[in-house]
Write a protein that binds this ligand. Structure first.
Ligand SMILES: [Zn+2]
Length: 234
C-alpha cells in the first residue's frame, strides 16, 4: 500500500534514485515510512522552513519523499496523481474539468503550484488539492464552487474588457478582473450584462464564492484553474 501521493508519483516515475549517499534503514521524518532513508540535509537546504510540518521527528527522508523534495519547484507542473499514474497539466490547463466534475476520491490527489517556489508535491494528500500554502479536501462543495467561478468569470472578463482603454496592459486588465471577482456583490452594470432571467442564478454563483474570497491560496489556485490561456498558448 502506497503511503501517499508523493510516493505514488515516485513509483510512477520509475523509482528514480536521488543524489545522496546510499540509503540506510530508518524512518522517514515526513511520511513515517520505515525503510531505506537518506539524510535530509543532502536533499534540502538547512534554510528550509517546513521541518515543523514533518510529524515523525527525524531529519531523514525515505527515497520517495527525498525525490519529491529534490525536484525543483519551478519544474513541477500541475498534476493529477492516482495510485498508479501521474497526469501532468502544464499551467493547470485542463485540470478544471477534473476538479469541477466532483469530489476527488481517496485514490486521487491534485497538485497545483501557483508560485512554483514551494515544495508542494511532498504535501499532496489523497482526496485533496495541494497548492502553495494550503492542502484542502476536494469535496463536492469545492467542485461546485469552482464551477460557479467558471460561470461568472467570463461575464466579468467580457465586462472589464469592454471598459478598458487601449493603453491598458494585459496585466492591468487581469488585475481589474480579479479585483472585480473579489467583490462581495457584482456591480449593477455588470449584472445588467446578463439576461434578466439569469440574474438569480448569477447572483447565487457570485455569493457562493464568498468563502473562497477569504482564503488567498485557494483563490490564487482557483484563478489559475479558471483562466483561459491565450489562444494557441499552452
Ligand atoms: Zn517519506
Amino acid at each position: 500500500m502506497l503511503s501517499d501521493p508523493a510516493a505514488a508519483a515516485w513509483v510512477a516515475a520509475g523509482r528514480p534514485a536521488v543524489n545522496a549517499p546510499a540509503p540506510v534503514d530508518g524512518r522517514c521524518g515526513r511520511c513515517g515510512e520505515d525503510g531505506p532513508t537518506v539524510t535530509s540535509s543532502r536533499i534540502i537546504s538547512e534554510k528550509f522552513t517546513g521541518f515543523d510540518a514533518w510529524p515523525f521527528g527525524s531529519r531523514r527522508l525515505c527515497v520517495a519523499c527525498a525525490w519529491a523534495y529534490s525536484r525543483p519547484p519551478s519544474a513541477v507542473p500541475a498534476m493529477l496523481i492516482t495510485t498508479t499514474t501521474v497526469t501532468e497539466y502544464p499551467k493547470g490547463v485542463g485540470l478544471a474539468s477534473v476538479l469541477t466534475s466532483g469530489a476527488l476520491p481517496n485514490t486521487q490527489a491534485v497538485v497545483l503550484p501557483t508560485s512554483h517556489r514551494r515544495h508542494i508535491l511532498a504535501t499532496a494528500q489523497w482526496g485533496h488539492l495541494a497548492t502553495d500554502g494550503l492542502v484542502t479536501v476536494w469535496d463536492a462543495a469545492a467542485a461546485s464552487r469552482l464551477s460557479e467561478l467558471a460561470t461568472v468569470r467570463p461575464a466579468v472578463t467580457a465586462w472589464v474588457r469592454a471598459r478598458t482603454t487601449q493603453s491598458m496592459s494585459g496585466r492591468q486588465i487581469a488585475l481589474d478582473i480579479d479585483r472585480m471577482l473579489l467583490r462581495e456583490m457584482p456591480p449593477y452594470p455588470l449584472l445588467a450584462t446578463q439576461p434578466r432571467e439569469a440574474w438569480p442564478r448569477f447572483l447565487a454563483a457570485w455569493t457562493a464564492l464568498q468563502p473562497w474570497r477569504m482564503v488567498a491560496p485557494l483563490w490564487a489556485a482557483a484563478k489559475i484553474l479558471t483562466t483561459t490561456p491565450p489562444a494557441g498558448g499552452t
